[in-house]
Design a protein around this ligand. Structure first.
Ligand SMILES: NC(=O)C1=CN([C@@H]2O[C@H](COP(=O)(O)OP(=O)(O)OC[C@H]3O[C@@H](n4cnc5c(N)ncnc54)[C@H](OP(=O)(O)O)[C@@H]3O)[C@@H](O)[C@H]2O)C=CC1
Ligand SMILES: CC(=O)N[C@@H](CCC(=O)OP(=O)(O)O)C(=O)O
Length: 342
């Protein structure tokens, strides 16, 4: 029998992408679609690309509407997931695309999000050492932020093999959908088109501690992260350029071997052949993460680059992948491996 899924925040980018993927998932039946200000609207006016759901109506996000489902995805603004999740039974699988349950340290949460810490759930990045096992059978999943997904996948093999010093410098470009659907002045077409711009410069971006939380345990020592996000004139995609000083004696051969070993058998994370570099257009609409690594011998630095679709591997695809693991289903079920090109 199909598992019945509700999506809260179904009118948003994250919720819409979860639905696009779940409509192609053989074990899932779509139940309630809920939102906030658009409740009452015909779904086809909100997500016109999701034709099978066009005649549905967006409902309010209440415990009554979300009751009676096997799985509930939350694609709500930060800080709103905890109250909704609390009203859902412990037997319901809750997959939170927001940030509420990602960070372990309450003081760090309060510093970066400015609200009380709700708690910590198993973290939905199965490729990180130990995480896949922790997701099996869980009823609660915290889906990672899109930048931490791109960055952690690019750097964890170097840290797992103890090849990198614990100070990472990251510059990543994101498509505008990362900022959500609400209209923001700096995201208007005429402001974004033909321009790239940095934001959150100087260590203030809330994804910085999430990256450090992911990489530190892999490295076996705290990793300091310097992260600069930039906004790129494209709707989707993240290209993360990550670098760290190489430990003494590291060779290009050892580095490549470490990445081959760490990523071997991963269904979605691919180390590209030498000389080929990740680009966002290759992962548009796909749950793949493309990785390449090089040793800059002159500077003594490891350079690791990743490309993901922020709405797929960076949100909804990662969420469905983790859901599959939690339910004991094949990890790849319902997830696109191919991008859309050109
Ligand atoms: N965009 C991305 O790349 C990523 C997003 N995320 C996370 O996913 C979550 C959603 O982000 P995103 O989809 O981009 O945001 P959007 O702004 O596109 O969507 C927000 C959704 O939340 C609903 N909503 C807003 N306020 C309320 C409320 N008070 N009560 C009930 N529903 C409400 C909206 O409904 P309505 O339309 O009715 O107002 C809409 O469905 C965020 O926590 C974000 O951090 C995570 C990773 C990546
Ligand atoms: C381009 C852009 O604005 N991106 C968002 C990140 C989106 C995301 O994945 O993050 P959360 O789930 O933590 O919101 C930002 O920098 O705030």
């Amino acid at each position: 029998m199909a598992l019945r899924v509700a999506v809260a925040g179904a009118s948003g980018y994250a919720g819409g992408e979860v639905l696009r993927l779940l409509l192609g998932h053989p074990e899932i039946e779509i139940g309630a679609l809920t939102g906030g200000s658009n409740a009452g609207a015909r779904f086809g006016t909100l997500q016109p690309h999701l034709l099978p759901l066009a005649d549905r109506v967006l409902e309010p996000t209440t415990p009554e509407v979300l009751a009676g489902h096997d799985i509930v995805f939350l694609g709500l603004p930060h800080g709103q997931s905890a109250a909704v999740a609390e009203a859902l039974g412990e037997d319901v699988l809750v997959v939170d695309c927001g940030a509420d349950f990602r960070l372990k340290d309450a003081a760090t949460w309060e510093k970066f999000y400015g609200s009380p810490h709700a708690g910590t759930w198993p973290y939905g990045l199965p490729e990180l050492p130990g995480h896949r096992a922790a997701l099996k059978g869980t009823k609660r999943i915290a889906v990672p932020g899109c930048y931490p997904t791109a960055v952690s996948l690019a750097l964890f093999p170097a840290y797992a093999a103890k090849l990198a010093e614990p100070e990472a410098v990251i510059v990543a470009a994101s498509g505008t959908s990362g900022a959500g659907k609400a209209v923001k002045a700096h995201l208007l077409g005429s402001e974004v088109m033909g321009s790239m711009s940095p934001y959150g410069v100087g260590g203030g971006h809330r994804h910085t501690p999430e990256m450090a939380q992911n990489l530190g345990p892999v490295a076996g020592e705290p990793v300091t992260v310097s992260f600069t996000p930039t906004l790129a004139p494209m709707p989707r995609g993240i290209l993360a350029t990550c670098s760290a000083k190489a430990k003494p004696g590291v060779t290009a051969e050892a580095l490549r071997a470490a990445y081959q070993e760490a990523l071997a058998g991963e269904p979605f994370v691919h180390l590209l052949p030498e000389g080929q570099w990740p680009q966002t257009s290759s992962v548009y609409g796909s749950n793949a993460a493309l990785i390449q690594v090089a040793l800059d011998e002159h500077a003594g630095r490891i350079i690791a680059i990743s490309a993901i679709d922020n709405l797929v591997k960076g949100t909804a695809g990662g969420a469905v992948q983790s859901m599959n693991i939690a339910l004991g289903l094949p990890e790849e079920l319902g997830l696109p491996m191919n991008g859309v090109a050109p």
